[in-house]
Write a protein that binds this ligand. Structure first.
Ligand code: SF4
Ligand code: SF4
Length: 459
C-alpha cells in the first residue's frame, strides 16, 4: 500500500562520496560531500558515534574549480613500502600514492626554546633529542633515492637552530643533489645571534629561511606561541635583510585569533626585500593544540583565500588559484615584486584571460607548451633560481607581457595557502595526492597529514 506521507525535501545537494575520519574515534567512515547554501560539507557516519556535519569549503565555485586543475601526477622513482592493508595504513610511500615529494621535511631535533600551545611535534625545552649526522645522511639518501634530484627539503624540528651541529647538517644537505633547502625556525636565534645569520649567509645559494610569523601583535603571539615575540620577529627579519638571506614567512591561521591580520602580514612582508612570500596554513588539529575549540578556531582554505582578498588590494580572485599537483589543499598566487609593492601575474595564466585579447589571443589549446610552463611554475617545489627561470619562460609565451630584463628570484613574491588534513577534513582521495612528506627514522617517506595523524610517536 502506498504511504500517505509527503516526499521529504532535502536542503542540500549530494555532490559525491569519500572516506573521512570519525572526529571522535578516528575510524575511517563513509562520508557524503554535500553542497548547502554556499558551503561544502562532509556528512560523516560512524557506527559508534553517529552522524556529523563538518565544513570543508565556504566557496562552492572555488571547490569545483579545483577539479579543473588536476594534472597527471609526477611519481617518485622508488617506493619504500608495499600496498597491503590499504590507505592510510601502508604509508612509506606505498605504490598507491599519487604524487612525489614536492617538499620533504626532516626533523633534526625535538627540543625547542618555546612551548607553543600550537605544535604538531609537541616540542618544548623539556624534550631532548638531536639527530646524528649519520642518521641525517641516511634520511637524505632515502630522499635522493626516491626523488633523484629532490626539489625542496625543509630542515625542521623542534627548533632546528638549537641543534649543536646545525651548520654541518645544512652543509651535508647541500652536498646532495637537492635543489633548494629551507630552514624552519621560530626566529629566536636569528634575532639574538647575528654571527649565526652571517654563517648561514655563506651558504645562501639555494638556501632559504622559513620563518614562523603568525601575528604582528604580542597578545596574539602570547596566546598562539606562549611568548611575546614581535620584537624577536622584527630583529630576525632585520638580520636576514642585512645578510640578504631569502626568507618565506609562515603563518598558522586560527580563526578569531589572527585571521584579521593576513593583509597586514603581507604588507609587512613587503617592507623587507629578503622576503620572497608568505605561506598561510590553516591550523591543523594534531599534536599539541591547547585551547583549540573547533567551533571557534577552525578555518578552511577558502576562508583564508577570501580574507586575503578582503584585506589587501594586491590580489584579485583570479590571482589565487589551485596548485595543480594538489589543487584541493594548496592555492598559490605569483607576483612580480617592485620594491614595496607587488604586481600579481597569476591571473594572466587563466584560460579566460588568455582567450579574451583580440588579435593577440592565445590559449592552452593553441600553445600546449604554455600549459606546461604554467604547470611547471605552479608547483610547490619551484623555488629560488628555478622560479625566476620558469617565470621567464612562461612570460615569454604571453605576447601581452613585456618580460622585465632583471627578472630574478628577488623579483618573485608568492602567496601560498597550504591546508593539511586532520580529523575534520581528512579525505582518502586528497591524502593520496599529498606532496608534502616527512622522511622518517626508519627510512620511510610519510605524508605530512598521515604522519601527524597516525604515525608520529608521542614524545
Ligand atoms: S597516504 Fe599514500 S603512502 Fe600512505 S597509505 Fe595512502 S597511498 Fe599509501
Ligand atoms: S611550534 Fe615550533 S617553535 Fe613552537 S614549540 Fe613547536 S617546534 Fe617550537
Amino acid at each position: 500500500m502506498l504511504g500517505t506521507h509527503p516526499r521529504q525535501i532535502k536542503e542540500s545537494i549530494f555532490y559525491g562520496q569519500t572516506t573521512s575520519l570519525c572526529e571522535t574515534c578516528l575510524s575511517l567512515v563513509p562520508t557524503k560531500i554535500l553542497f548547502e547554501k554556499n558551503a561544502v560539507l562532509y556528512e560523516k557516519r560512524c557506527k559508534e558515534h553517529g552522524k556529523k556535519k563538518t565544513l570543508i569549503s565556504s566557496d562552492i565555485e572555488y571547490f569545483k574549480k579545483c577539479k579543473d586543475y588536476f594534472k597527471e601526477p609526477d611519481l617518485p622513482r622508488v617506493y619504500q613500502t608495499e600496498t597491503l592493508r590499504g590507505c592510510p595504513y601502508d604509508c612509506g610511500l606505498c605504490p598507491d600514492h599519487e604524487q612525489h615529494s614536492c617538499l620533504a621535511l626532516i626533523e633534526v631535533n625535538h627540543g625547542c626554546n618555546l612551548t607553543c600551545p600550537v605544535c604538531f611535534s609537541e616540542s618544548s625545552p623539556k624534550v631532548h633529542w638531536d639527530i646524528s649526522l649519520e642518521d641525517f645522511e641516511l634520511r637524505l639518501d632515502t630522499l635522493v633515492e626516491s626523488e633523484g634530484e629532490p626539489d625542496l627539503l625543509q630542515i625542521s624540528g623542534g627548533e632546528p637552530t638549537l641543534h649543536p651541529q646545525i651548520i654541518e647538517l645544512i652543509g651535508l644537505a647541500k652536498k646532495k643533489p637537492i635543489r633548494h633547502i629551507m630552514l624552519n625556525t621560530n626566529g629566536i636565534r636569528l634575532a639574538n645571534d647575528e654571527e649565526f645569520v652571517k654563517e648561514l649567509s655563506l651558504m645562501k645559494k639555494g638556501f632559504e629561511v622559513y620563518l614562523q610569523f603568525d601575528s604582528l601583535k604580542d597578545d596574539t603571539l602570547l596566546r598562539m606561541r606562549g611568548a611575546k615575540l614581535t620584537d624577536v620577529r622584527k630583529r630576525a627579519l632585520e638580520n636576514l635583510e642585512k645578510y640578504g638571506l631569502s626568507t618565506t614567512l609562515v603563518v598558522v591561521v586560527k580563526k578569531g585569533e589572527n585571521d584579521s591580520e593576513l593583509g597586514a602580514i603581507i604588507e609587512n612582508a613587503l617592507q623587507y626585500s629578503c622576503v620572497r612570500g608568505v605561506t598561510f596554513q590553516p591550523i591543523q588539529d594534531t599534536g599539541r593544540n591547547e585551547t583549540f575549540d573547533s567551533e571557534k578556531h577552525r578555518i578552511v582554505l577558502s576562508e583564508i583565500r577570501q580574507n586575503i582578498l578582503d584585506q589587501t588590494s594586491l590580489f584579485s580572485p583570479k590571482d589565487i588559484i589551485p596548485l595543480p599537483c594538489n589543487p584541493e589543499t594548496i592555492a598559490m598566487a605569483y607576483g612580480l615584486r617592485d620594491k614595496n609593492t607587488v604586481h600579481p601575474i597569476t591571473h594572466w595564466f587563466s584560460e579566460d584571460e588568455l582567450l579574451k585579447n583580440g588579435p593577440n589571443t592565445i590559449s592552452y589549446e593553441k600553445y600546449p607548451e604554455l600549459k606546461k610552463h604554467v604547470f611547471d611554475l605552479l608547483s610547490l617545489s619551484t623555488a629560488e633560481h628555478n622560479s625566476a627561470i620558469k617565470l621567464k619562460e612562461l612570460l615569454c609565451c604571453l605576447p601581452q607581457f613585456a618580460v622585465p630584463s632583471d627578472l630574478g628570484y628577488d623579483r618573485v613574491f608568492r602567496i601560498v595557502i597550504m591546508q593539511f588534513l586532520d580529523r575534520f577534513n581528512f579525505c582518502i582521495a586528497q591524502v593520496k595526492r599529498s606532496c608534502v612528506h616527512f622522511v622518517t627514522e626508519k627510512q620511510k617517506i610519510i605524508p605530512f597529514d598521515t604522519y601527524n595523524l597516525f604515525y608520529r610517536e608521542k614524545l
